[in-house]
Design a protein around this ligand. Structure first.
Ligand code: NAD
Length: 392
């Protein structure tokens, strides 16, 4: 169980680029990173495309005025001059800026925590992976809910053979917030999401399905896609060529099959993410709508509902529990867990502790690369008339 006690020798000097006052995701980063008060110190920022608003926001959060910068170029160059300059930066800007900012930060010798979808192409992701390796720097990707303890439980039970041989994987990340186009015109956060120049080659596939795809990789690390078929469409025509709805069928190596439904036009739905893994003897099911429970169904026996924080869980799940059974353990705790793992990875890298790096399970550059690869393959299939394509 985690209690906030320090896990690394000292807090890392941390900055944020993007994630400003009006952003959707900025607070999740800050509450995740600063939750324990022993892993990060927020010492610098370039929070906003509007420099004055970003500075004002930074000062209100307690960042020193002379370390609230106008943009990321100034942040990286000024911090490089300081003996106590930043060691790690979070990039929480719209998708189209991730690649150039990540590259600039790595070239400045700074570890990176970046939002998903990581980049537009897997070629960019491979280039950045090589750059990070050459510089000896960590790149983490914020698949927010992937730090939930019950996903570690799911991973452990599947690995222990408790559902038998995996036959089917059902994935879903849907909501109804884009059922009509009003936000496309008026919401700053939505406008860029339907603009391919800034969002990249997809809308919902990149925006939401990458989260659930990573969760599937987290709980099923040995399952690899062999081929897939993606059907995507835009029910709001102005969003084309980007999709507001997509369905993907998958064939995995070894014979298992899967499907993913990603949608922002699931009107009225507040369900968000769902994963069900069906084995030859039993199934496991988890949803972030009710994240504190993991459904375990053995064929022919009564359903078991496993609760977070209970002693019958695997030690890997209990190791990242924060609040204990009976108390809601959700998104904020999950963000705190992945931020803590980023800090442990960065600190291990700084100290040359390869054993820790080898055993740490967290969304790293490979997880970011795999998300981009997933999007690329989906787009290739969809643009090829929704036909089966080999997974490349
Ligand atoms: P947003 O439009 O709500 O906010 C973007 C923020 O970045 C704003 O504060 C804006 O001023 C700032 N910004 C834009 N360009 C900048 C630049 N060049 N330099 C500095 N600041 C800049 O977007 P959002 O919804 O917060 O999404 C941001 C990123 O986070 C996207 O990549 C998105 O896919 C991702 N996201 C992830 C999650 C998650 O759960 N991990 C949730 C939402 C969004």
């Amino acid at each position: 169980m985690l209690n906030g006690e320090r896990k690394i020798p000292r807090p890392l000097r941390w900055a944020m680029i993007g994630g400003g006052r009006l952003s959707q995701v900025g607070y999740k980063h800050r509450s995740g990173a600063l939750r324990d008060n022993t892993a990060y110190q927020l010492v610098a920022c370039a929070f906003d495309i509007d420099a004055a608003r970003g500075r004002d926001f930074g000062i209100n959060l307690g960042v020193a005025a002379d370390r609230c910068y106008d943009d990321y170029h100034q942040l990286l160059s000024e911090e490089a001059k300081r003996a106590d300059g930043i060691e790690v930066v979070t990039i929480a800007t719209p998708n189209g800026t991730h690649y150039e900012i990540t590259k600039a930060a790595l070239n400045a010798g700074i570890h990176v925590i970046c939002e998903k979808p990581l980049f537009f192409t897997s070629a960019e992701a491979r280039e950045i992976k090589a750059l990070a390796a050459a510089k000896g720097l960590i790149v983490g990707v914020t698949y927010g809910f992937s730090g939930h303890p019950l996903l570690m439980q799911m991973r452990a039970m599947i690995a222990n053979g408790e559902i038998g041989e995996v036959r089917m994987v059902e994935l879903q990340y849907t909501h109804g917030f884009s059922a009509n186009d009003s936000a496309d015109k008026f919401s700053e956060s939505q406008k860029w999401r339907v603009d391919p120049k800034i969002a990249g080659p997809t809308f919902v596939l990149g925006d939401i399905s990458t989260h659930t795809f990573y969760i599937s990789q987290l709980v099923l690390p040995d399952l690899h896609i062999k081929s897939l078929l993606c059907d995507r469409q835009s029910f709001i025509p102005s969003r084309a060529p980007l999709e507001d709805n997509a369905m993907v069928l998958m064939h995995y190596e070894g014979g298992a099959v899967g499907r993913m439904w990603a949608s922002s036009i699931n009107a009225g739905s507040m369900d968000s993410q769902f994963i069900r893994v069906i084995g030859s003897q039993a199934s496991l099911e988890w949803s972030d709508y009710n994240p504190g429970e993991l459904k375990y169904e053995i064929q022919g026996k009564p359903t078991q509902m496993m609760h977070h924080g209970m002693p019958y869980l695997d030690e890997s799940a209990l190791a990242c529990e924060r609040l204990g059974a009976l108390h809601t353990e959700g998104l904020a705790e999950s963000w705190a867990n992945i931020y803590l793992k980023f800090a442990i990875a960065i600190s291990a890298q700084q100290r040359g502790d390869q054993q820790t790096l080898d055993n740490l399970i967290y969304p790293d550059i490979n997880a970011g690369l795999e998300g981009v690869r997933w999007i690329e393959n989906c787009v290739r299939s969809a643009d090829n008339g929704s036909t089966w394509v080999n997974y490349e």
